[in-house]
Design a protein around this ligand. Structure first.
Ligand SMILES: [Zn+2]
Length: 361
């Protein structure tokens, strides 16, 4: 098969120096996208209410590519993914995408979430999840009513109460990428996150990317509010903020933090910096096409470019540094990278056999 990306000595060196001794032998990746390009609309959606740079990294991510990515990136680990699709555009083929995830997950005995449409009725939503043996749902803001402008989208526009009710009844999972320009510090986001936890206590809510708090300016008083919560979990995927990871650890402790990759976009070769409160992905010149129109992308050349490794390595290394500052031990690290997710997936209905030699403790 064709290798979906190149592994260089800079990557192998980075893994050996920073990650190999830090990571436990078994990982659960709680945030993984798999889909085929043929499920995506071929029309350019001008109204797509999301950033554009992720599309430049991977056209698709098949089950085979995902397995190969884990083998290349984590040579010393076995990785169990929680799988879901990618149906960001309203024109994407949601049903075929979900069918692909369902079949792939059954074949390799891995857990999966359905990519949901907020228009599905209560009964439809419940029937689709049950029929596909999913453990819950992945939702995304671009599936909200197209009449709503990106900055006005609220959590309930794409995770409606009637679907939360179903998730609550079954104790299922929702992977939630929060909306709005102010990200984690947005008071409406925070109020609704807290409200969901109170009103639907059995739903296993995972806030993706630490609520998109990629820079210190994205935080506001969020961690004071979150320190009062008891259930919601946070995945560290696609976030490289050592400062925010440390604040998260101190606010909610290591038992509600989950490792996630957000593959395939995090096989991107890049380093993230913050400037005036905005994140910028520093990438090798030319590798991701013409990025001049994207304020979140910046190109570098020569030695600066040669030093860049995978986004996912940068994420794990940032968490490693935050864990050191916050005084986490190896049991805590194993919790974040494996045990917390193993327990959550088990409670949501995943058969024990999916984690073959899961011994627990
Ligand atoms: Zn994602």
């Amino acid at each position: 098969m064709t290798i979906p990306f190149e592994v260089k000595s800079v990557d192998r060196d980075f893994y050996q120096e920073h990650l190999q001794g830090f990571l436990p032998g078994k990982l659960i990746d709680i945030h993984t996208h798999v889909w085929l390009d043929q499920f995506r609309t071929q029309e350019k959606d001008e109204r797509l209410r999301a950033v554009t740079w992720p599309h430049r990294v991977a056209l698709d991510n098949s089950m085979e590519d995902l397995r190969e990515t884990y083998r290349l990136m984590f040579p010393g680990q076995t990785v169990t993914p929680l799988l879901f699709g990618l149906a960001i555009s309203l024109q994407d083929d949601l049903d075929r995408g979900n069918e692909y995830v369902c079949q792939g997950a059954q074949k390799v005995q891995a857990p999966a979430l359905i990519f949901a449409d907020p228009k599905w009725s209560e009964a439809e939503f419940e029937a689709k999840i049950t029929a596909g043996h999913f453990l819950g749902t992945k939702v995304y803001l671009t599936r909200s009513d197209p009449k709503i402008a990106e900055n006005d989208i609220q959590i309930y526009d794409f995770l409606p109460p009637h679907q939360l009710k179903v998730l609550d009844k079954h104790g299922w999972i929702v992977m939630l990428h929060i909306p709005r320009r102010d990200r984690l510090r947005d008071p409406l986001n925070l109020a609704q996150m807290v409200e969901i936890e109170k009103r639907y206590p059995n739903v296993k809510v995972v806030i993706a990317h630490v609520g998109r708090a990629y820079c210190p300016e994205d935080v506001g008083n969020a961690f004071d509010v979150l320190a009062e919560t008891r259930k919601m979990r946070f995945d560290i995927s696609a976030n490289t903020s050592v400062e925010n990871f440390e604040l998260l650890i101190r606010a909610v402790g290591p038992r509600r933090i989950l490792f996630g990759s957000d593959l395939p976009i995090t096989r991107m070769r890049m380093r993230r910096i913050c400037e005036s409160g905005t994140y910028v992905n520093v990438v090798p010149k030319g590798l991701y096409g013409d990025v001049s129109a994207d304020p979140h992308m910046r190109e570098v050349e020569g030695d600066d470019a040669a030093r860049l490794t995978f986004f996912i390595y940068e994420v794990i290394d940032a968490f490693r540094r935050a864990a050191l500052k916050a005084g986490l031990g190896s049991n805590d690290i194993n919790d974040v990278f494996y045990r917390n997710s193993a327990e959550m997936l088990g409670e949501a209905g995943m058969p024990d056999s999916y984690l073959h030699d899961h011994e627990g403790r």
